[in-house]
Each structure stands twice: as C-alpha cells, then as structure tokens.
Design a protein around this ligand. Structure first.
Ligand code: ATP
Ligand code: ZN
Length: 287
C-alpha cells in the first residue's frame, strides 16, 4: 500500500457502484478510466480505487490490500471480518427479511421451527435463529434465493427486500424484518497515521456533502414587523441574515434550514407574512 495514497475498494458493478461513484464525484473525486479495470487512479484526491465484487471487499480491507471500502452493511455483518464500520452513507437502502409462501399461515417466529430457510446470508440467519431460539435448517445458496420455495427447495427465504415486488412475483410474503441496511464506509482498524490522515480528509469531504444534502438555503421577503415571528417558525435557525429591500419597511431574510423540517412549516411561513420564498440547494457545507 502506497504511503501517500489511500486505497478504497468499491463494487465493480451492481447496486452500489452508482451511489459510490456519485458520492466520490460530489467529493470532487473523479476516476480516469472507468470501472473496467481492476484499479484506477483518482483525480482530485490522492486515492486509488479497486473495483471488486462487494462480497470480497471486507476480506481485502482486513488483509490491508485496501485501506477502506464502500459496501452494504448487510454484507459487512455477514462476512464478519476485522474491519471497522466508519459511517453510514445514505444510499442503497434495503432490509433483510424472512419471507414465506403467501398461502402459508404465520403465527410468529415459532412457525419457522422445523422449516428449511434458503439464504445467501447464512451467518446472519444463524445469528437470528439462535437469538430467537428457532430450530430451522439453513440452506446456503448464492443466486436466486426467491425462487427456491416455488421449486420446493425451501419453505422460507432470508433475503434482501427493497420494494417487495420480487417477493410478490414469486408468490412470497414478508413475515419478519430482521435488519436494515445501507451503504457504509469501512476501514482497517489499525491504519498507519498517514493513511488515517487521508481517510479523515475523505470523511471530512463526505460530511460536507452529506450536510449540504440535508440542508437548504432559504430566502424570503417579509415586512419588518413579521421578521421575528417568521424567524421563530424556522426550525434550527439561530440568526438569519436580514437585509433591507429597496421598498421601505420590507426585508429579505436568508438562512439555512433542514429540508425535512422545512416542509412542515411552509404554510405557517406564508400565514406569518413571508413572500417570495426561494429554497435553493447547497453544494457544500463546510463548518
Ligand atoms: P456482486 O457481483 O458485487 O457480488 P451482488 O449481486 O452481491 O453483486 P447487488 O445486487 O449489486 O449485489 O447488491 C449489492 C448491495 O446493494 C447489497 O448487498 C445491498 O447492500 C444493496 N442492495 C441490494 N439490493 C438492493 C435493492 N433492491 N435496493 C437497494 N439496495 C440494494
Ligand atoms: Zn455480492
């Protein structure tokens, strides 16, 4: 591993690739020659990318071939390697659930006793069964787990669910939500100081991007006697910038608001006298 370059493993192609590359791009990091090769040098940060199957990333990070990696929390926990989960990244959200044939009745977890459950997550399934004292048989398979009940190979499955449409089309129903997952960044727990410094710099950029995505810049106009009431309506706003408009007695208020909170107060803002409300995205937020 080169001292002054951070090696980051990401999924070569699949449901994590686009989110991973898009996050890096927002952090000002671009790759030069696509994901067709095993490795690529990045521009805009001393970073080398390695493109792998997501299943292999925890092992490569544990072995130190890569200092860090981006993959689903589900896969990190399944592989159970000596890696540290640094932080969630907010994309590729899904859940791991147990599903059974639609026509079967389900009276709680005890119903799984004596059943054959097909999965590509045998480690996590075993943990779930042990915790819940369920005595079921684990069928570890890779590939299309959803078709196994229809083929008579299993009574239930333990797999990733996002919208549930794959379950539906295979005549299955979700009966237990076992864990939530999203993309996370992982790293070796014992990075060299130089590598740790680079990772911290990358995390700093990620934080700025994430913060910007959760916040919006708001501009609105209001008469001077309404400014206090309007400011009180804006959640989390301590001291907005207030500037006089060319029209006597009118002001422009500028501030940063959390997007989620904002939609709840929009009607109240208008009732309180706010006009010409503009909400604009923030590209980076450095604090
Ligand atoms: P690979 O060839 O790299 O092994 P894969 O077949 O294991 O790919 P993908 O289907 O690309 O995997 O899924 C990768 C990860 O994306 C999953 O482990 C999970 O964290 C997440 N994921 C999977 N399915 C969905 C989904 N439907 N919606 C959102 N995220 C998902
Ligand atoms: Zn995989």
């Amino acid at each position: 591993m080169k001292e002054n370059t951070l090696t980051l493993a990401i999924q070569k192609s699949g449901r994590l690739s686009e989110g991973s590359l898009s996050l890096l791009k927002k952090c000002g990091i671009r790759i030069q020659n696509g994901t067709n090769h095993l490795k690529a040098k990045a521009r805009g940060f001393p970073l080398e990318l390695i493109f792998l199957r997501d299943d292999d990333i925890p092992q490569y990070v544990e072995d130190g071939v890569a200092a860090a990696g981006i993959l689903g929390l589900n896969e990190v926990l399944e592989k159970n390697k000596n890696v540290e989960v640094i932080r969630p990244l907010g994309f590729s959200r899904c859940r791991l659930s147990i599903a059974i044939a639609e026509k079967l009745s389900y009276q709680g977890r005890e119903s799984l006793n004596g059943k054959r459950i097909a999965t590509s997550y045998p480690f996590l399934l075993e943990e779930f069964l042990r915790k819940n004292q369920i005595d079921a048989e684990i069928h570890s398979i890779s590939g299309s787990v959803e078709v196994t009940p229809g083929l008579g190979l299993a009574d239930a499955i333990f797999e990733i669910v996002s919208s549930g449409s794959t379950l539906l089309s295979n005549g299955l129903k979700e009966v237990e939500r076992v864990m939530e997952s999203e993309a996370v960044i992982i790293a070796r727990p014992d990075l060299e100081p130089q590598q740790k410094k680079l990772l911290d710099q990358l995390l700093f950029r990620i934080t700025s991007v994430q913060r910007a995505e959760n916040n919006k810049y708001i501009l609105l106009n209001a008469p001077g006697d309404k400014i206090d009431a309007i400011t009180r309506l804006l959640p989390g706003v301590k001291s907005p910038t207030i500037m006089p408009l060319a029209i006597e007695g009118w002001f422009s208020l500028h501030s940063v608001v959390k997007e989620d909170d904002f939609w709840e107060v929009i009607d109240n803002l208008k009732d309180a006298g706010a006009e010409g409300i503009l909400v604009v995205p923030i590209e980076k937020m450095i604090t």
